[in-house]
Design a protein around this ligand. Sequence first.
Ligand code: GLN
Length: 197
Amino acid sequence: MTARVGVLALQGDVREHVRVLSGLGAEVTLVRRPDELAAVGGLVVPGGESSVIDKLSRAFGMQQPIRAAIAAGMPLYGTCAGLILLADRIENPIDGQESFGGLDITVRRNAFGGQVESFETDLDVAGFDGPAHAAFIRAPLVTATGAQVETLAALPPELGGGIVAVRQGNLLGTAFHPEVSGDTRFHELFLGSVRAA
Ligand code: GLN
């Protein structure tokens, strides 16, 4: 069964997600309008700048349709800024910044300052048969999780041990960018939820 999925295409690394999802055999469309969202069975919220994606999603009339889709159980996968947009709580939003919500987590934007602002590392991920190579680019951290949230990966102790991949029901979020480092397993997990939904 071919999964029909969308990538929210308001800002960010849209093309990289389209490439990975197409490579996995999904039918991928760009989503900017409510009718385009209604035509897909799952949505990726890309990396980029969460405050910009937030603002544009409200300007394009997409915030409420996306919230409704999440409430109805649509599978979504957010990377980096996308993870921030799926979080119920942002520790340090810019003035007026909102999220779609859905994941019962608190995130801290730009959690790595100074020299480690961007870095790569290998992560052990629950359910994966080998480590995932992960690229962090001005990445957020998950600083609190509710009871329904499953932690899929945390940083190694020498990098602080923070939570960087989570799942709750049909929502998946990573603080890093598998679409950049070439690991397709998170997108496969997402497509699995889409096929099952
Ligand atoms: N720092 C960005 C934000 O707060 C996220 C960076 C990214 O998506 N690579 O939205």
